[in-house]
Design a protein around this ligand. Sequence first.
Ligand code: ADP
Ligand code: MG
Length: 150
Amino acid sequence: MATRSVETSGPQETESLGGELAGLLRDGDLVLVRGELGSGKTTLVRGAARALGVTDPVTSPTFSIGHRYRASGVAVSHVDLYRLAGLEREEPELLEDYLGPGRIAFVEWPGRAHGELAKPRLLITLSHRGGDRRRIEVQGAAGDATEARR
Ligand code: ADP
Ligand code: MG
């Protein structure tokens, strides 16, 4: 798997990176987004969703595990499993409305699903680097068109 690591110095740059990564995504793809609170996961998803054609405001899901947005040709799902103890104790079908064909799905706190999620197209890990700096590691299809379509 190709790995790419970048540092951003503000939310705008993280959104832009999200927008760039969106170009690698296809219908049915899953993107896992890991990192501490405030590391910029939702910010990155917002940039990606915009680039995929979402015009509604992209905000953190609070009253449900996810949001679904209409985009160009597909739906964009944004799931946040932060409050989920572990999917095996919840309904596994909770996620079915958000993942799979017809959608491009982003999942924050994927570790909460304890391996219940499919293999992702991209695995993104964000970390704090002091102030507004964030390190963003992208594993998967980045920069590799062949791998992106596999
Ligand atoms: P998470 O979803 O990981 O909890 P959010 O994207 O909701 O994080 O919040 C990140 C916060 O950090 C926002 O308030 C954003 O403006 C701020 N921020 C500062 N610098 C950056 C950066 N380089 N990248 C992303 N967000 C940043
Ligand atoms: Mg978030």
